[in-house]
Every structure is written in C-alpha cells, then in structure tokens.
Design a protein around this ligand. Sequence first.
Ligand SMILES: [Zn+2]
Length: 372
Amino acid sequence: MPPAIQLTQELVRFETINPPGNETPCARHLGGILEAAGFKTRYIPLGANRDNLIAWTGGNASGLPLCFSGHTDVVPLGTAPWTAAPFGGDIADGKIYGRGSSDMKSGVAAFVSACVTLAPRLEGTRGVVLVISAGEERGCEGANLLARQGALPKTGAIVVAEPTANQPLAGHKGVFWLEGTARGVTAHGSMPEQGENAVYKAARAALALEAFDFSEDAHPVLGRPTVNVGWMRGGLNVNSVPDEARLGMDVRLVPGVDRERLIERFRQAAGGAVAFEVLATSDAVWTDPGDPWVQDVMSAVQSVTGAAPKIGGASYFTDAAALKPAMGNPPAIILGPGEPSMAHQTDEWCSIDRIEEAEAIFSELIVRWCGL
Ligand SMILES: [Zn+2]
C-alpha cells in the first residue's frame, strides 16, 4: 500500500467530529511521523484535546519556505444512515471511504507523505512549513488562533489541500453573516388591521433577498456573490399580530464588494423595513492567476496529470482566509485530492488514484521551490 493511501486510512480512523473536535490524537500521530523524518514540531492548543500542529524543516537565508495547510477536524455524520463505516477507512472500488476522506484527511496525508519522502534533501534549502489546524469546520477557529498568537512564520507561497480533485483554485469567496430584524406593532389576532405584522415584513424581505441582483458585483472567476436566508423567527402566539421577526443570512462575497454599501442595498431591497446587523465576516481570498508561482503550480499539475488545468475558485471558505494575511500575503492555491462533491456527504469517499496524484504534484512543487 503506498504510504499516502495508508496514512489517509490511519487519519480517517481518528474520530475528529467537530464539535467537539478532539483533534489531538490525530495531530500527535502526524507530528510523530514528521518528527521521525527530521521535522521540528510545535503544538498549539485551541482547547482541551484540540491541538494545532506546526511542523517545519530546512530554511535558509535565500528565501521563504513553502507552506502546506490542512485541517484534521471533520463535520458530523448527518442523520441519514451510512453504508460505509464512517471511521473505517475501508477501501473498495479504488476509493477510501469515511468521514474526512475527501475533506480533508487525504489532502493532509498527501502533503505529509511528500514531505516525509523529500525530508532528507530539504536541509539547507528554503524549506517547507506545515500548518495542520484544528477547528476549521466551525469558522477556521484553529487557524485564526494561530494568526492571533503570531505563531505563523512568513512564507513564500501556500497550498491549502482542501478537496478540489487536484484542480488548482486561485481563491475563494468570503463570508458575511447578517441578522435582519423587522419591527411592527402588535394587536389582537382578530383585529390585524390595527397592527403592523413584522412577520410579513421579514417574509417580503426574504423573498426580495432571494431575487437580489448581484450582477454588478461579479468576479471574473469566482462569479457572483450569493445570499441564503438560513433561518427566520417571528411572533410569540397565534392570536397576536407579531411585532418582531428576524432572519439570518449567509452572504458569500467576492473580492471588491463594499460591505457597508451592500447592507444599504439589502435595506432598500427589503423596502426599508428590515435593519441588518453583522454577525461575522471574513475576507474573500484571491491570488492573481498570472503570478509566477501559480504558473508553476499549473505546470506541475500538468506534468503529473497530463492535462492542462484551468484555474478556478471555490464558493466555500478555507484556512487561507486566516493564513494568507498572517503569513505575509503570499500567493495561495487551493489544491487537494478530495472530491469537492463528497465534502460533508453521507458515505464520503476519496479516489486513491487522486491521492497518489496529489502526492506527486506536492512533491513536484517542493522540488521546484527548494531547488532539489
Ligand atoms: Zn475542509
């Protein structure tokens, strides 16, 4: 069994559902493998039994290291029953099954295997640094902590090994979570004409958001922003006119959108009847596809897969949002062996051919970066 495949199986067998995470045994397993290969390691806890791992080797004065990033936590299994054992890491039909097989223990296994194989040659080169985070699935908590603590070194380029089926993505959308509140006037439910129904205002706002026109905001690769009304609450009892209703919105932004102006546009779309408050936000991430290192990544992918890749972008967010600014704003690429369509799915799987392909691409990137 090739080491990257076997390592993917081992990682899937650590139960790291977040919440609560319990990533430490998985992180320590990876740390042990890397230490045995000559890497230095540092564990920084996000909470009890929730280690982040930073590992590095090589390094010289001629330039910055190449960074690989991944997370060890996985999402819950969902309510639908699984056919495969979710923490079995079993192989069938050329696929490894299990929660996290695609998102993203295969990606971590692929870059750790590539690094372990090349480690003896990395001494005295620009080197590599691995950032293996906990708590990514609930808002990049681990990577944000590392950034806040100043624990992240400057790096020359970042590969985030999230599931892309080995297609390079030059960035992803940002997150902008809002809560809208509509207010009305309460009255007896038998005399609705004497009140002002806040639920109707919120409902009209939700429909206006569904139809919201983002065409002026479109990004050439990431496309348009999106909005999803994820929840709505309003009213207390059936025989009163509700005087308050709220809605929670998940907006996914592309670079260049002015958030304050967007709130004003939402307010107008909702007929001025809803006030919006920001719950959370994180920036979109984008690297110019013309960047020389991105071109290098494209040629490494082509040399391994035999096909010319087309640069893309992701709608979901990644640790790159925290790492890129904290590590000196280097070019960042999202590229990993997992199937994007399998992330968070029942009976999640990852193709074993893709894992070997990813390991070969990552090795090629290290060889080029470190001049091996
Ligand atoms: Zn992920």
